[in-house]
Design a binder for this molecule. Structure first.
Ligand SMILES: [Zn+2]
Ligand SMILES: [Zn+2]
Length: 292
């Protein structure tokens, strides 16, 4: 056992593996992810076999997949973490709510982890260090509380009242996103509709959006080419963009993190950049200079 020093949190006791510090195991998070996986793999098909899903359930699934996925890629990632554009408070609030519905933690936690990933990429302090293998970078990094202090990375976000508002009310925001499909499903076809909408547009949707985000941390640091440099493990995997709203051009993103585009070429499949650009056209976003 080691006690903290330097960047290490003093109150956290950690074990170490091969010189790498390991935080405490986060059992509640493991239990929650296990429950989501079991319901997705067993409960969703079983319910569909017995009761069936309607076009309304699938429509809710599609809408919530797109809204929460863009909440992460445009809101948490390109707006808050990298400040690649600015927008009015009410638009920021919408993105923070949509991102909060994705069950990927508050923006304060997500964005400080992400800034640390860029600052310490491929090193021990990188929260989803791909050098530690596919499963660590994809999923299991979440199952331990980080032994490294995040103070340096949270400081800038803590000055933002809107980010702190979302952090304070993260749980009610998250729950509202999980229950909203059920309320709409209940209106459409009663209790069966409430359950079917919850299973598809809440649980299954959360499972897929989580894994699409995880693919950026794992696949996009392992598979693909490196046209913008090999200073770190980031790679362009255009096909990952198909399920991540354009985040697959990760080698470009690590080279130009302040660019609101991840796919800089016009034909790159990057719906997040199209949304940000569309917002700028109607005066709801101001783009930062690209490639800085
Ligand atoms: Zn990365
Ligand atoms: Zn980034």
């Amino acid at each position: 056992m080691l006690r903290g020093e330097g960047v290490l949190k003093k109150q956290v006791i950690v074990s170490h593996s091969g010189g790498r510090l390991l935080g405490r195991v986060d059992y509640p998070t493991i239990a929650m992810f296990a429950l989501i996986a079991v319901v997705t793999i067993v409960g969703v098909p079983l319910f569909g076999f017995i009761y069936g899903y309607t076009w309304f359930d699938w429509a809710l699934f599609g809408v919530f997949y797109v809204v929460t996925g863009l909440g992460i890629t445009v809101g948490y990632h390109r707006l808050i973490s990298h400040q690649s554009f600015t927008c009015p408070h009410w638009v920021r609030a919408c993105f923070l709510i949509a991102g909060g519905w994705a069950l990927e933690n508050s923006a304060l936690k997500w964005c400080s982890d992400h800034v640390r990933h860029h600052a310490k990429v491929d090193q021990d302090e990188d929260p989803y260090n791909a050098k530690l293998g596919f499963w660590h970078s994809h999923l299991t990094w979440i199952f331990r509380k980080s032994p490294y202090s995040t103070d340096k990375y949270t400081a800038i976000f803590k000055k933002d009242p809107l980010i702190m508002w979302q952090h304070r009310y993260y749980v009610p925001i998250l729950v509202s996103g999980l229950l909203l499909p059920s309320v709409l499903g209940m209106i459409y076809r009663g209790w069966v509709g409430a359950v079917s909408a919850f299973l598809l547009a809440s649980v299954f949707r959360v499972f897929l959006v989580l894994n699409s985000t995880f693919c950026i941390n794992s696949i996009c640091h392992m598979l693909g080419d490196q046209p913008y440099g090999d200073a770190n493990s980031s790679r362009n995997s255009w096909w990952v963009s198909l399920v991540t709203f354009g985040e697959g051009y990760h080698n470009y993103h690590h080279t130009y993190p302040r660019d609101y585009r991840n796919g800089p070429i016009w034909y790159n499949f990057d719906p997040s950049k199209w949304l940000i650009f569309a917002l700028s056209i109607v005066g709801l976003a101001k783009l930062q200079p690209t490639q800085t």
